[in-house]
Design a protein around this ligand. Structure first.
Ligand SMILES: Cc1cc2nc3c(=O)[nH]c(=O)nc-3n(C[C@H](O)[C@H](O)[C@H](O)COP(=O)(O)OP(=O)(O)OC[C@H]3O[C@@H](n4cnc5c(N)ncnc54)[C@H](O)[C@@H]3O)c2cc1C
Ligand code: FES
Ligand code: FES
Length: 1333
């Protein structure tokens, strides 16, 4: 049978594809076939939204054109027949006109690295196509499926808020007399001007939008006919009628039905599944119908979750409340489902048939007794979903020849109550730890139970019903006795084996009880509302808040900064909130990232082959299966390396493992093929056999086995023994801080192009480190560094993850290019990136602190252990920075800190924003909080009492000068109204038994400069062309932090010319050599100074021509200089003076200066679920005289939110064998829009010039990250209040809370009658699902 033509439209242009391959996604097609690289690949699994596009089609049921956002990475092109696709390129461009959405996200500073920006734009654009004047809530919902790792989300929301009909918070707009910031109690704030000017925005005019292609509109009434698309391995059949579908299913019982492809897409991409026949039923009317019947609403199985949501919302608005209890339960689950992009294509039938044990809908459908109609050729049956429907893991009663036709969700009845609950690691778009549906039906007018259903996901290998428990309660009354019996029985019935997948045994078991308790209270409350005489029992008012479902409050935020002095020239851009110079191109999709570069004609794709064992000998490598994959070119390994296979910062790594592997993810070789898809298949075909060796995975293992790199490092001052002997009190303990994945939105990427002459090679790399990329490749190829050119245009985020680990990819790609003589490209998939490239170091601290009754610290000893992984990489520097920051901001007269690097069989950990500083400081604040609790003193008082003063010496004997921390502290205390809010928090806690609030204020001090003096050098190169334009180059790379923007500002002020005359194109090793990695926050300091020096050289050379022609223009002087002739090219060089420190003598100056900041945060925890809400954060940050307040505030907010992820959400899980289990956004959660503090106020300290850096500015990239510890300790404060209700020690009790403070840790720490029922014994020989590394 011949294949059909696939016809669809992209940005108004018709696309006819004669060879549509069902395995091709829309994303791959757009980027590679159509050259539309604005749509980005961030994860490939529907979890980040970077690939968002808008689809439009004629909907026959609604009789209108519908627009919806989808993830292009999951949309097969074959699903797009007669659909119109709009990408970011289709709505506006800098060459013609930006779309208002693009313009506003750019001008409101909502784009830093810009990799997420096109996806954000398309989510917002789609909303506006459907609703030109949306509410703030609709805006937040629209972008909930989009991740950003840079901005902290606030500026994106603020930009999009300009489209909102309800406006929301004005963001401290000075001209608004009703600004909410000034409505608060006794504290009036001085507002700064807005960071952007809304008056200059292009107005939104929906009549200007591209129209739906008329050809598609004409086709809407044409009869649908069956279509067939044949690919290399898969056939796609689009059935036009139900009969066709059933015939096809009878013919191909093994075929998969694909509707949204949100499940099948993941299975094929990440689980290597192959489904040779796919049948698509989305055109069949019966599978899309919605019918309102006498007993419920029946949805065709292909109805999307968005349409189910909309229908149920409408029904709730119309029907009496007692009929819609179940509908509300379904909506509550859909509220926390994947983003709009997933819900607009994922089908209700797909969710049921996938039979995921953590499906959110199946427990609800089971508990309400939803009816399923199942058909096959010649048969039709309707069954009720009950405990028998899922006979095993991912199995249902639907047979191979059958399909699910529809589902009826029933109305609830009088006397029937329903609730659904879900708890995940992150509230929004996360898979559940436990999810449930609960239903009770009472005999009329009583609380006598007639029916009771408690159904759970996450507690077994399928959705289950707690039948033993519920059957016992029939005919019982809804009272305290029932509560006690049910919770005790559930604890018995829903046990988990100690090695259960997903781990978190006690947490998951406790959640089942907590959910029932919430249900119990909710029903009691609803009964109470119907019963004025209290005959059904009364709800304790302090318990009432436990029944409230989580509500999103409208965000409010404000930024304060100092305006440039009056009289500063309009052209002098230093100090002004200039948007990121590439923002408009980022928003329009024109900004070019490494993988966006057009493909070379003869280009090849590389895929790494990595170890599946943590520590093993390689016995054999068999590539015979790989060789059979079409397009296979070669396999490369250590044997192919012409130069040295040794590499790494300490030369302790290999380009390719030879004979032995030392971690899961260790690179053994690589396959090179014609396309990335073939490369993936070929890599899967490489078979490696191993002989396992003993592996060390955790810090504890390393300590036990004395497995360390290098020697111990120590900082010691004072007399520790004496200090401890004089102390009134000593507290000792242990504290663990988990690691963190960088999760830059753009994964590691390299293109290597051999030049064919004298060993020359050009590499385009997403790296922070051009120098090491160059030298490692040269070393591997055995050529001098002068043959290798490394070029970096921009990165889609780095955060330290591309400081050294990018070289593991670029060196391998360079070898492939060398061997084949052809350009080779590799962009890691998200799962590979997470597996191979390491992250932030986990730390274990053993501490002992001595203090007086007054809270004054007199002695401190901390032994720090970090999990370095299988190579040293930057771990030495990381532990040293942890030691330098072990004091945080406190003067400790007698102190000893030691640091050890644990050598383990994990992928090498590396630099990450803060570089060990945040870990060192978190440990400090941990023991500090214990000191305050032990003394019974307010924590803020103890912190302030121990704080350094101007002129004090730190524990490494550096004098503190320009110590603005006390000012930051006092301002933050005042602006946050700390003391008033402390009493409000205490009052809230007295009035609420199951919800608690916590408040905490935390300072930070961060040392600026590399501690190795030579690394603080910087070079710049300026070319002035004869038209007066300036090409500026410096050694720093742009990863979103706005470095290039700030450097153009510096050059503009130094040369006294407008920024429009200055351009930075890229960073490259052939313009500025021998550069340090762009890291350690120092880059605007050092490159700013180097640029300043270069500018001075140019100015000096122009001086005579200026003198000759004082009224001339810049162009006149440049032209005259050229004609004289004088060189119009200059270099600049700078090195921070006097840096150097000796650990042996504890003397010298490790830092040039310090950055300071303070944050106060308030949180609310749900003691029953471990969920938490960030209510408000106030930050005061000293950035000196800001070079660019918009960029600096962006850095403060972005770092804070990244720190919030580190300390409260992000958790890496490893198997006991050392395999990373969390390899993508579905399992590893970074903060989303919904996680940022509802009220977020950022203030840059005024009048605080820093004499040590360019134009009196200060470094900002890393220092604010630690301030997120205020959230961690506010959570601890809230937990303390909860525990005080259940333990004998009251508020004075010390308890352990490791970082991150996830829902699991919070719930387990809030010990109560439920947690005690769920204590789970784990036998010693049991292998748990995951271990703490
Ligand atoms: C980013 C993301 C977030 C997610 N979040 C959640 C979440 O929060 N909660 C949750 O529960 N799930 C979640 N999921 C899972 C996903 O939403 C559901 O599995 C979805 O409903 C599947 O629908 P689909 O149409 O995309 O399925 P497809 O991938 O198209 O198909 C899935 C399976 O269902 C079968 N199938 C589909 N329709 C029928 C039918 N009519 N008859 C017989 N078999 C059929 C197919 O053969 C296939 O085996 C998420 C998925 C992603 C990618
Ligand atoms: S790339 Fe598609 S959602 Fe991440
Ligand atoms: S700007 Fe959003 S990920 Fe970088």
């Amino acid at each position: 049978m011949t294949a059909d033509e696939l016809v669809f439209f992209v940005n108004g242009r018709k696309v006819v594809e004669k060879n549509a391959d069902p395995e091709t996604t829309l994303l791959a097609y757009l980027r590679r076939k159509l050259g539309l690289s604005g749509t980005k690949l961030g994860c490939g699994e529907g979890g980040c939204g970077a690939c968002t596009v808008m689809l439009s089609k004629y909907d026959h049921l609604q009789n209108k054109i519908v627009h919806f956002s989808v993830n292009a990475c999951l949309a097969p092109i074959c699903s797009l027949h007669h659909v119109a696709v709009t990408t970011v390129e289709g709505i506006g461009s800098t060459k013609s006109r930006l779309h208002p959405v693009q313009e506003r996200i750019a001008k409101c500073h909502g784009s830093q690295c810009g990799f997420c920006t096109p996806g954000m734009v398309m989510s917002m654009y789609t909303l506006l196509r459907n609703e030109p004047k949306p509410t703030m809530e609709e805006i937040e919902d629209a972008v909930e499926g989009n991740l950003c790792r840079c901005t902290g989300y606030r500026p994106i929301l603020q930009g999009f808020r300009t489209f909102a009909r309800d406006g929301g918070c004005c963001g401290g707009n000075k001209d608004n007399p009703n600004c909410c910031m000034n409505q608060k109690k006794d504290h009036m704030v001085i507002l700064s001007p807005s960071l952007f000017n809304t008056e200059k925005f292009i107005p939104m005019d929906s009549t200007q939008e591209p129209i739906f292609p008329p050809e598609l509109l004409r086709l809407k009434d044409a009869p649908q006919k069956q279509l067939r698309f044949e690919g290399e391995r898969v056939t796609w059949i689009q059935a036009a009628t139900l009969k066709e579908l059933l015939d096809l299913k009878a013919q191909h019982p093994e075929a998969k039905l694909v509707v949204g492809n949100t499940e099948i897409g993941i299975e094929t991409k990440f689980k290597n599944k192959l489904f040779p026949v796919i049948i698509c039923p989305t055109w069949i009317p019966e599978l899309n119908s919605v019918e309102h019947g006498p007993e419920g609403i029946t949805f065709g199985a292909a109805c999307t979750l968005s349409s189910v949501e909309k229908t149920l919302q409408e029904a709730i608005a119309k029907l009496p409340a007692h009929k819609t209890e179940v509908f509300k339960g379904v909506l509550e689950q859909l509220r926390w489902f994947g983003g709009k992009q997933v819900k607009s294509v994922a089908s209700v039938g797909g969710n049921i048939i996938t039979a995921s044990p953590i499906s959110d809908l199946n427990p609800v459908f089971m508990a309400c007794g939803a009816k399923l109609t199942i058909v096959s050729r010649g048969t039709r049956k309707t069954i009720q979903m009950d405990h028998t429907f899922f006979p095993g893991y991912r199995k249902t009663l639907v047979g191979p020849e059958e399909i699910l036709l529809s589902i009826e969700i029933p109305y609830s009845r009088e006397g029937e109550f329903f609730s659904a609950f879900k708890q995940a690691s992150r509230r929004e778009d996360d898979i559940a730890k436990v999810t449930c549906g609960m239903r009770v039906l009472f005999e009329p007018g009583t609380t006598h139970i007639k029916e009771l259903a408690l159904c759970f996901g996450g507690m077994a290998d399928r959705t289950i019903s707690a039948l033993k428990t519920t059957r016992k309660q029939l005919s019982h009354f809804w009272n305290e006795k029932l509560l006690q019996e049910v919770t005790a029985d559930l604890a018995e019935e829903l046990k988990l084996s100690p090695d259960a997948p997903g781990g978190m045994l006690e947490f998951r078991r406790t959640l089942t009880l907590s959910f029932f308790f919430k249900f119990y209270l909710t029903v009691l409350q609803k009964l109470g509302q119907q019963d004025s005489e209290d005959k059904f029992g009364r709800l304790d008012p302090t318990f009432a808040s436990a029944t409230l479902v989580f509500q999103k409050d409208p965000p409010a935020n404000v930024q304060f900064y100092q305006e440039v002095p009056k009289g500063q020239s309009e052209d002098d851009m230093v100090g002004r909130p200039l948007p990121h110079l590439a923002a408009a191109m980022q928003a329009s999709g024109e900004a070019v990232y490494c993988d966006d570069m057009p493909r070379y004609d003869n280009e090849l794709s590389l895929r790494l082959v990595t170890s599946t064992r943590a520590h093993a000998k390689i016995k054999s490598i068999d590539i015979s299966e790989a060789q059979k994959v079409p397009g296979f070119v070669c396999f490369i390994s250590a044997d192919d390396v012409p130069g040295s296979n040794e590499t790494g910062i300490f030369n302790d790594e290999t380009v390719f493992a030879k004979d032995k592997v030392t971690c899961v993810g260790h690179i053994i070789g690589a396959v090179v093929t014609d396309t990335p898809e073939h490369a993936q298949r070929a890599a899967q075909g490489v078979k490696i056999t191993y002989e396992d060796l003993p592996a060390i995975i955790t810090i504890e293992d390393a300590i036990k086995n004395n497995s360390f790199y290098r020697h111990e490092v120590k900082i010691e001052k004072g007399d520790l023994k004496k200090g401890f002997s004089e102390a009134d009190n000593v507290v000792a303990g242990e504290f663990y801080i988990g690691g963190q994945d960088h999760f830059y939105l753009e994964t590691q990427c390299t293109i290597a192009v051999p030049k064919g002459e004298a060993g020359e090679m050009e590499l385009f790399v997403s790296t922070q480190n051009t120098m090491k990329t160059q030298s490692f490749v040269a070393n591997m190829l055995g050529v001098p560094a002068n043959r290798i050119v490394v070029r970096v245009k921009r990165m889609g985020g780095g955060f330290g993850g591309k400081e050294t680990r990018s070289t593991v990819v670029s060196t391998a790609v360079a070898l492939a290019a060398y061997k084949t003589g052809r350009p080779v490209r590799c962009m890691l998939d998200r799962d590979e990136d997470m597996l191979i490239t390491g992250g932030r170091h986990p730390f274990l601290a053993r501490y002992k602190v001595g203090f007086m009754k007054t809270g004054v610290i007199v002695a401190l000893e901390v032994n720090h252990y970090n999990n370095a992984g299988n190579t040293v990489d930057l771990s030495d520097g990381v532990r040293k920075r942890a030691l330098f920051h072990m004091d945080n901001c406190y003067k400790i007269p007698n102190i000893r800190g030691t640091g050890r690097l644990c050598k383990t069989n994990l992928a090498s950990n590396t630099a990450f924003r803060g570089f060990g500083g945040p870990q060192g400081m978190l440990i400090a604040e941990y023991w500090m909080s214990e000191v305050a609790v032990t003394c019974g003193l307010p924590a803020e008082e103890v912190r302030r009492k121990n704080m350094y003063q101007e002129g004090d010496l730190t524990h490494f004997n550096q004098k503190l000068e320009g110590f603005t921390l006390p000012r930051c502290w006092d301002e933050c205390l005042a602006s946050s109204q700390y003391h008033v809010r402390r009493s409000e928090v205490d009052k809230f806690n007295r009035e609420n038994y199951w919800k608690k609030r916590g408040l905490c204020i935390i300072p930070t001090k961060f040392g600026i400069s590399y501690t190795s003096h030579y690394m603080n050098q910087a070079g710049a190169l300026i070319h002035v062309y004869t038209d007066g334009s300036v090409l500026l180059t410096h050694g720093g790379t742009e990863m979103g932090q706005g470095l290039h923007t700030k450097m153009v500002q510096v050059a503009s002020t130094a040369l006294k010319i407008p920024i429009s005359k200055i351009y930075i194109s890229e960073t490259s090793t052939n313009t500025v050599p021998n550069t340090s990695p762009t890291a350690a926050s120092v880059n605007s300091d050092i490159y700013g100074q180097a640029i300043y020096e270069a500018c001075q050289t140019i100015l000096k050379r122009l001086e005579p021509f200026k003198k000759n022609n004082p009224s001339g223009s810049w162009e006149d002087w440049v032209k005259a200089a050229y004609e004289y002739p004088v060189s119009l090219s200059a270099t600049g060089f700078y090195n921070i003076p006097n840096i150097g420190y000796s650990f042996e003598t504890n003397s010298g100056t490790p830092f040039h200066y310090f950055s300071f900041g303070v944050a106060c945060s308030e949180v609310e925890i749900d003691c029953l679920t471990g969920d938490h809400k960030n209510i408000r954060t106030d930050i005061v940050m000293d950035v000196g005289c800001s070079l660019n307040p918009a960029i600096d505030i962006g850095q403060v907010e972005g770092a804070f939110v990244q720190g919030m992820g580190l300390f409260t959400i992000e958790e890496l899980h490893y198997s006991p064998e050392g395999s990373l289990l969390t390899r993508g956004p579905s399992t590893y959660k970074i903060p989303r829009f919904g996680n940022i503090p509802i009220e977020f106020r950022v203030s840059l300290l005024r009048d605080s010039p820093n004499k040590k850096a360019i134009y009196a500015s200060k470094a900002v990239g890393e220092p604010p990250l630690f301030l997120a510890a205020s959230i961690f300790f506010a959570i601890k404060d809230a937990i303390r209040a909860a525990r005080a209700q259940h333990t004998d020690h009251g508020m004075k009790e010390l308890f352990r809370l490791d970082s991150p403070a996830t829902p699991e840790k919070i719930r387990n720490a809030c010990i109560d009658k439920f947690t005690t029922l769920c204590v789970t014994d784990v036998p010693e020989n049991c292998k748990p699902w995951s271990v703490r590394v």
